[in-house]
Design a protein around this ligand. Structure first.
Ligand code: NG6
Ligand code: CA
Length: 495
């Protein structure tokens, strides 16, 4: 096995000489059915469609978990998040959960001589304990392989509502220091709960704490007024920073992790998108993500970089409609199906939780088309180590080298994949197994299906993509085999 891996790596080194730039365009909560190139007729995403038409569109591409923090943890480290405690959805003041020095997707690129940057949503914690946000914010992305970062600490719906560049809050006035707490409100500061009259958008669940820009959030903050972001400008701010990095690194090679916030809540798109989707702010925020994609692709064209840049577009988890604000997403959904033909979405062990848009475009190397190979973002560290000709990336072994699938040369990809919804489910080929789980069948906040059920579930996705016919009772031997395989895969350590 080891020698086979070595041979594969040696073989890929042959074309690693012309190391391509790599741009990872990463949406937040974008579903399989949220883009028109995946079949949606209810929304039009022309820039993503254009990328897809010139690239390879995966129909069975996955993020590693059905929520943000575990999904991003796995994508960067190559280790399934369920193996590590403390990798659930993090508050905005959490300490960093990837220890400095650990091999990551970014350090893989850095090891190959790339300039590396992350722009956008981080949500993997910052600092190593009690953090004074007015001082150096460290460790962060630049301690695990990124040369540059321009990020928000967590999500748009939680404090602190400021940008962090490298080790400092952007635009912070030292005479107005910022304070952050997830324990108690700061006396005198407005909250969604106490001051609903100040709200532009009302929460539907949670999100009734710090009131910033007319939107109440999770957690409390005080001060730092000059540094507070404007929600409407966030997508443009991140996109501008991404283009700046590309321009500065055009001599290449470079790796850009562009972690957009759209269409996560709160959905407060720029006025130029408001009303454009006919679906309310959620649809408008998807158009905004599509626009960011278009701007970044145009920059690659303008700089003559498009041909030898591998652009990868995906999402951190499946879609959710009401994720905490009364933003018309439910009322204006109409016939739109955010997860397309899939069951479930964000927070779910059904396919809609982790099967997401997944597109690879690399004009000089990848033939346009459609691939049904089973691939996952947890495979990025090993696959990009192979791409850049590195034999010893040191990344965790949950990460498989599926480079040939990503490049369209292997139509199969993984033989097995763990999907972390609530329960951890197993895929083997077109078979899907979800173990019995005592949890709630529906998420009490979002009213969406979790995949939890008192009995084990077995589906044959080749005939039943929507996971409607539970075959666990009619095919008990397949169910038992997969239960045993799941147990084995779960208990095998990644290192
Ligand atoms: C949940 C939030 C939800 C969203 C999610 C994180 C509540 C009730 N719900 O806890 O609104 O912020 O966390 O989303 O607070 S993620 O895409 O970053 O995982
Ligand atoms: Ca997300």
């Amino acid at each position: 096995m080891k020698s086979m891996l070595f041979l594969t790596l040696a073989a890929t080194a042959a074309f690693a000489a012309d190391k391509p730039n790599v741009v990872l365009l990463y949406a937040d909560d974008l579903g399989y059915g949220d883009v028109s190139c995946y079949g949606s007729k209810t929304i039009s995403t022309p820039h993503i469609d254009k990328l897809s038409a010139a690239g390879l569109r995966f129909t069975d591409g996955h993020c590693s978990a059905a929520t943000c923090t575990p999904s991003r943890f796995a994508m960067l480290t190559g280790e399934y998040a369920f193996r590590q405690k403390g990798t659930g959805i993090l508050p905005g003041d959490a300490k960093m959960i990837i220890p400095p020095g650990r091999a990551t997707l970014a350090s893989v690129f850095k090891g190959a001589g790339y300039q590396t940057a992350v722009v956008g949503k981080w949500h993997l914690g910052l600092g190593d304990g009690e953090l004074d946000w007015n001082q150096e914010i460290k460790p962060g992305p630049t301690e695990i392989g990124f040369d540059h970062c321009f990020i928000m600490a967590a999500t748009g719906d939680r404090v602190p509502c400021v940008y962090v560049q490298d080790h400092r809050i952007v635009g912070l006035d030292p005479s107005d220091p910022i304070q952050v707490s997830y324990k108690q409100p700061f006396p005198g500061e407005p909250t969604g709960k106490a001051n609903p009259e100040l709200l532009r958008v009302h929460p539907s669940h949670g999100h009734d704490m710090a009131l910033i820009n007319g939107v109440s959030r999770i957690g409390y903050m005080k001060g730092g007024k000059a540094a507070i972001w404007k929600d409407e400008d966030m997508a443009d701010t991140f996109t501008t920073q991404a283009v700046k990095f590309i321009e500065a690194s055009k001599g290449g090679p470079f790796f850009l992790y562009f972690a957009a916030h759209d269409p996560h809540v709160p959905r407060v798109p720029h006025p130029r998108f408001v009303g454009k989707s006919g679906m309310g702010p959620r649809g408008d925020a998807i158009l905004q993500f599509d626009d960011s994609v278009g701007t970044i692709l145009t920059a690659l064209d303008r700089l003559g970089l498009a041909e030898n840049t591998l652009v990868l577009l995906s999402s951190d988890n499946g879609p959710v409609v009401d994720d905490g604000y009364q933003d018309d997403a439910v009322a204006k959904l109409g016939a739109h199906k955010p997860a397309g033909p899939l069951r479930g979405g964000k927070y779910s062990a059904f396919e809609g939780g982790t099967r997401v848009p997944f597109i690879v475009r690399w004009p000089v190397r990848v033939k346009p088309g459609v691939s049904s190979a089973l691939v996952c973002q947890v495979d990025f560290p090993a696959s990009f180590a192979a791409l850049t000709g590195q034999n010893a990336p040191g990344t965790a072994s949950d990460s498989q080298n599926v480079l040939s699938a990503l490049l369209g040369e292997d139509p199969v990809g993984r033989s097995e994949l763990l999907e972390q919804g609530g329960p951890v489910a197993l895929r083997q080929g077109s078979w899907k197994y979800i173990p019995a789980n005592a949890g709630m069948a529906r998420n009490k906040n979002t009213n969406s299906e979790t995949g939890n059920a008192p009995d084990a579930q077995l589906y044959d996705l080749s005939k039943d993509l929507g996971e409607t016919q539970n075959l666990a009772k009619s095919d008990p031997s397949q169910a038992q085999n997969m239960a045993a395989a799941l147990e084995k895969a779960r208990s095998t350590s990644a290192k």
